[in-house]
Design a protein around this ligand. Structure first.
Ligand code: URP
Ligand code: ZN
Ligand code: ZN
Ligand code: ZN
Length: 480
């Protein structure tokens, strides 16, 4: 028989409730919750405390969470471990990236397997399984990037949905790499409407952006900040609008990834007001950083090059508002780290050659807790956008994303009073800088359980490579 754990005395926070409760974990799952101090809660440890006798061998452990929050492990629905991109590879492997995720209170990642042009979805998915299997500290699942829409690909989408890869990312950006034209997008959406898959869209008009890139470079505008200037908010909004209408024509739901611009949020709001099943994700970098970072001198701005790009600070208000009104439902990281040294530097003298992507898988839960402290969102909304909704959106609920009987015991004991300063010196991501260097955060992960196993124990790493398992997904559970 495997271990039993009781988490005692904390404030259990889920997307729907806040209760002072003890949590009983058996065989890796939540077995029961009971209000702290009640006979039902005392019974969780009765065997152990009887007559003051020592606990029977193998009884398990008691975690004291008094004064702490007990929250579901984070679900990061958007990561790119070891992603080949921009002539190099994202610097975190599944081993280092999932370990860093655990340190930051995230216990599930949904990473993007990639179909190469001319290859099958299957071969791309197999390659990602091979990268991840046996290497992860926490559980993981896959979306599929569709780069080559054809008859065979469309048939393969059905098979993937059946085996638990239930979402497909398409790109309106990056012509010649991942780009799909409107016809290819419509076809994939029609297929998703039939097979229950969810189309995730990188919504930027890449054809127009490439023209602006060429013109900027011809004018000698080569610094990182021009990355933000050519990838215009209007071209994000235009693509968002087009994706929404294509999905409407296809009768398919749509999830727009990494929304950064006020004008794009407005398109989502309009569609949702019309009653369309359209969803939006944003990321911490858009909520906390801005074009001021892209303009940092001495090529430092390259650290903040990602797409969609960081926007002028004024856009942040629309994103926070969208998160409060539920026009944006999810905050994921789009974790895609490239070291400053040797990787971001590929784009010195030509911003278009800077690998696109930023690190953040370790920082998301803390940054969003800071947003609670700062009054942008409520405590329960924090858990909703970072745990429960991504789990439901991607078919992992209620196994992941909540604390309830039967759920996987993916649980974080979070100290809401602890003070920390984010730094590359102390983070666990395999990247030589932090996008949030020096930022003060109130709140810190103390202990992390993945299926009942301690991965982080009072700020010490107790996890192991290979503990994390592949987790097939149901279709989107946010629609009904
Ligand atoms: O710049 C980014 N976002 N890199 C990762 C790939 C993507 O488009 O999500
Ligand atoms: Zn309290
Ligand atoms: Zn993207
Ligand atoms: Zn991404």
């Amino acid at each position: 028989m495997s271990s039993r754990t009781v988490i005692r005395g904390g404030l259990v926070v889920t997307a729907s409730d806040e209760i002072h409760a003890d949590v009983l974990i058996e065989d890796g799952r939540v077995a029961a919750l009971a209000a702290t101090g009640t006979p039902a809660a005392e019974a969780f440890t009765a065997e152990r405390s009887e007559m003051g006798a020592p606990p029977p061998e193998g009884w398990g452990r008691v975690i004291d969470a008094s004064g702490k929050y007990v929250i579901p492990g984070g679900v990061d629905g958007h990561t790119h471990m070891e992603m080949p991109f921009g002539g190099t590879y994202a610097a975190d492997t599944f081993e280092t990236g999932t370990r860093a995720a655990a340190w930051g209170g995230t216990t599930t990642v949904v990473d993007f397997a990639i179909q190469s042009v001319g290859r099958s979805l299957r071969s791309g998915l197999d390659a990602w399984h091979a990268k991840a299997e046996g290497n992860c500290a926490i559980d993981y699942a896959f979306h599929m990037i569709v780069s080559d829409v054809n008859e065979k690909t469309l048939k393969e989408m059905d098979l993937l949905v059946e085996e638990g890869v239930t979402s497909f990312k398409q790109f309106m950006a990056y012509p010649g790499v991942f780009y799909s034209d409107d016809g290819q997008i419509l076809r994939a959406m029609q297929r998703a409407a039939e097979n229950g898959g969810l189309i995730m869209m990188h919504a930027e008009n890449g054809i127009a952006i490439d023209v602006l890139v060429e013109q900027a470079l011809a004018r000698g505008e080569t610094d990182p900040r021009f990355h933000g200037e050519v990838r215009k908010a209007l071209l994000e909004a235009e693509a968002t609008h087009r994706a929404i209408r294509l999905a409407q024509v296809a009768g398919a739901p749509l999830y727009v990834v990494h929304v950064s611009a006020t004008e794009a949020v407005a398109e989502l709001t309009r569609a949702r007001d019309e009653g369309l099943p359209v969803f939006g994700e944003t990321c911490p970098q858009y909520l906390f950083l801005s074009t001021d970072n892209l303009a940092e001198p001495g090529f430092e701005g390259a650290k903040y090059v990602c797409s969609t790009p960081l926007r002028p600070r004024e856009h942040q208000a629309a994103l926070w508002r969208g998160l409060r009104t539920n026009d944006l439902q999810v905050v994921s990281t789009d974790h895609c780290p490239f070291c400053f040294s040797g990787q971001k530097e590929l784009g010195r003298g030509d911003f278009s050659k800077i690998p696109n992507g930023m690190p953040g898988v370790e920082n998301r839960m803390d940054l969003l807790h800071q947003a609670v402290v700062d009054g942008h969102i409520s405590r329960r909304r924090w858990i909703e956008i970072a745990c429960a909704t991504p789990a439901r959106m991607f078919g992992l609920y209620p196994k992941k994303g909540t604390i309830a009987p039967g759920a996987d015991a993916d649980i974080v004991v979070y100290d809401p009073q602890a003070e920390q300063v984010i730094s590359a010196e102390t983070h666990h991501m395999n990247v030589d800088y932090s996008a949030y260097e020096g930022r003060r955060i109130t709140g810190r992960v103390e202990t992390v359980l993945s299926r009942g196993e301690p991965v982080v124990t009072e700020r010490e790493y107790t996890g192991r490579k290979g503990h994390g398992v592949y987790t097939p997904r149901a279709t989107c559970q946010y629609l009904n």
